[in-house]
Design a protein around this ligand. Sequence first.
Ligand SMILES: NC(=O)c1ccc[n+]([C@@H]2O[C@H](COP(=O)([O-])OP(=O)(O)OC[C@H]3O[C@@H](n4cnc5c(N)ncnc54)[C@H](OP(=O)(O)O)[C@@H]3O)[C@@H](O)[C@H]2O)c1
Length: 278
Amino acid sequence: MHNTPILVIGSTGKTGRRIAQKLRALGHTVREGARQSSIPFDWDQPATWAAALQGVHRAYICYAPELAFPGAPEKVEALAQAAIRAGVQHVVLLSGRNEVHAQRCEAKVQASGLAWTILRASWFAQNFSEGHLLHPVLEGVVALPAGNVQEPFLDVDDIADVAVAALTDARHQGRVYELTGPRLLSFAQAAAELSAAIGRTVHYEPISLDAFRAGMTPAVGPDLANIFTDLCEEVFDGRNACLAHGVQEALGRAPRDFADYCKATAATGIWHAVPLAA
Ligand SMILES: NC(=O)c1ccc[n+]([C@@H]2O[C@H](COP(=O)([O-])OP(=O)(O)OC[C@H]3O[C@@H](n4cnc5c(N)ncnc54)[C@H](OP(=O)(O)O)[C@@H]3O)[C@@H](O)[C@H]2O)c1
């Protein structure tokens, strides 16, 4: 059973990299599913999917770049059908908490005929260290259209632990896990905890949606800037300003705290790198 490969789509990303490592540590065979993998997987090239799925019974599905992008539900649906044709039995979908577009992707997987587990993740703590906010943290100013909203920042290691449990234990099939961290923090409070751990000030600057869109447009173009701005408007409206218990339900333990994430990440030195040009 351990020799049947588990496909990890997004295996070079924040969640997939950890999931692949943890599965290997448990003795499972992992098939990496990214564009440069030995058997490449590309969401934009469906011709790559059959080879990536061949001989696989279980798969982690991480859609890239974002579940909110146009076409995501259709691609997730087509992948689920390809998975059934390949003999896959169970998939674990990474989803977004209270995100309308993500829920359309969930519905496609749930209606596919595959056994499924859905991981509805809240905002990742690792966005500050492995994502688009690393550079702003290095520069000392994180500007977001998040006002004073509170977020239950979620440690990606907890997502990975839940995903690994779901991929390796059939008791998690048919479950929707709403994953949050253990504490609500505003972005100003998060910046204060980052500052304390790093040893220099990281300032949170609340900005308007229009300022966020305008700041992003030169880098990614107007279409993507609109999508990311709409996503911020959706998820920062207070809908996620409450805790959920998916980590406890799935793993029987509390989720990791944001302060522990800050301390452990500061110790890696990532926040002491010289800022690169944006
Ligand atoms: N960030 C958050 O706070 C948050 C919260 C809830 C849900 N989410 C969801 O989390 C997902 C992102 O997960 P993540 O943060 O673990 O990933 P990530 O760090 O953004 O990395 C993206 C992964 O997808 C791969 N990838 C990129 N483009 C691809 C393509 N065209 N075809 C195949 N693979 C591609 C990348 O590999 P290569 O570049 O090597 O191919 C990489 O492995 C999104 O669906 C997002 O909606 C995010």
